[in-house]
Design a protein around this ligand. Structure first.
Ligand code: GTP
Ligand code: MG
Length: 272
C-alpha cells in the first residue's frame, strides 16, 4: 500500500518535454551531452532525425523527469523534426558565435516551430533559452554578446554564453532553464515573463538592431542623403534621447549611441 509520503512525492514530481533547435553543427547534441554525461566529443556526429534521452533533475522540492528531444539541424530532416514540436515546455535554441548564419537563422527556427504549433499563443507557455555556443573559440567569434543578448531578451528569452567544450555556462543554463519550467508549471502554464524586468522597450531594441545594420551615416540617423543640418540634428536628438546610456539599458545601447554621435559629427562636418 502506498504511504502518504510516497503519494506526496509523486504529486510533487513533474514530467516535462524539452527540445533543442538550431542549425546543423552549432553544438546542440554536445551541450546536452556535456550536461548529462559530463563529457565532450570533438568529432562531429550529425544527429540523424532525432535523439531522445531522459534525465532526472531536482528543482527545489520537486523531482523533474525531463524528456529531451535533440533535433537534427539539417534541413533534410524537417519531415522528421516537425512531429516533435508539440507539447514542449522548453526549447534550447542554439547558435555558434563563430557563424553569423546560425545566428541569423534563429528567427527561421522560431517560424518553423510556430508553423508546426499552429498558433502563436502556444509559444507563450514555453520557456526559451538561447545558447551562444562555442565561446571557447574566441578568435573566430563574429556574433558578440550584446547582439545575441538583445535578440534573446527582447523576446523574453533567457540568454547564456556557453561552451560544450569547456563546460562554461552549461550547468547555469540548465539550472535556470529547468527551474523556470518548474515555475511555469506551478504558475498554471504561464511562462515567467522575463520582459517584466527587461528595463528596455521594443522600440529601443529595434532601433539598436537598425543602427547595427545601417549602411552609412545617413541611413543610421534615418535621414535622406543631403538632409539639412536641422534635419540631422532633429534625427540625432530623437535617437540620443532613446539610446542614451543613462536611459537605456538594452544590450548594445552604448555602442549604438556612440555610433549615432559619430554619424552626426561626420555628416555635419561635410555640410560646413
Ligand atoms: P546536428 O545534429 O547536425 O544538428 O548538429 P549539432 O548542433 O547537434 O552539433 P554537435 O553537437 O554535433 O556539434 C558539432 C561540432 O561542433 C562537433 O564537432 C563538436 O565537437 C563541435 N562543438 C560543439 N560544441 C562546441 C563548443 O562549445 N566548442 C567547440 N570548440 N566545439 C564545439
Ligand atoms: Mg546533433
Amino acid at each position: 500500500m502506498e504511504t502518504n509520503v510516497q503519494k506526496r512525492r509523486e504529486t510533487r514530481s513533474l514530467r516535462v518535454k524539452v527540445i533543442s533547435l538550431g542549425n546543423a553543427e552549432v553544438g546542440k547534441s554536445c551541450i546536452i551531452k556535456r550536461y548529462c554525461e559530463k563529457r565532450f566529443v570533438p568529432k562531429y556526429l550529425a544527429t540523424i532525425g532525432i535523439d531522445y534521452g531522459v534525465t532526472k533533475v531536482q528543482v527545489r522540492d520537486r523531482e523533474m523527469k525531463v524528456n529531451i528531444f535533440d533535433m537534427a539541424g539539417h534541413p533534410f530532416f524537417y519531415e522528421v523534426r516537425n512531429e516533435f514540436y508539440k507539447d514542449s515546455q522548453g526549447v534550447i535554441l542554439v547558435y555558434d558565435v563563430g557563424q553569423k548564419e546560425s545566428f541569423d537563422s534563429l528567427d527561421g527556427w522560431l517560424d518553423e516551430m510556430k508553423q508546426e504549433l499552429g498558433s502563436i499563443s502556444n509559444m507563450e507557455s514555453i520557456v526559451f533559452v538561447v545558447c551562444a555556443n562555442k565561446v571557447d573559440l574566441t578568435k573566430r567569434r563574429v556574433v558578440d554578446e550584446s547582439e545575441g543578448r538583445l535578440w534573446a531578451e527582447s523576446r523574453g528569452f533567457f540568454y547564456f554564453e556557453t561552451s560544450a567544450q569547456s563546460g562554461e555556462g552549461i550547468n547555469e543554463m540548465f539550472q535556470v532553464f529547468f527551474s523556470s519550467i518548474a515555475d511555469m508549471c506551478e504558475n498554471g502554464g504561464k511562462r515567467p515573463i522575463a520582459e517584466v524586468n527587461l528595463g528596455f522597450t521594443k522600440e529601443q531594441a529595434d532601433t539598436i538592431r537598425r543602427i547595427r545594420s545601417s549602411k552609412d551615416s545617413w541611413d543610421m540617423l534615418g535621414v535622406k542623403p543631403g538632409a539639412t543640418k536641422e534635419e540631422i540634428n532633429k534625427a540625432y536628438r530623437k535617437l540620443a534621447v532613446l539610446l542614451h546610456p543613462d536611459k537605456c539599458v538594452a544590450p548594445g545601447s552604448e555602442d549604438a549611441f556612440k555610433a549615432v554621435v559619430n554619424a552626426r559629427t561626420a555628416l555635419l562636418k561635410n555640410i560646413k
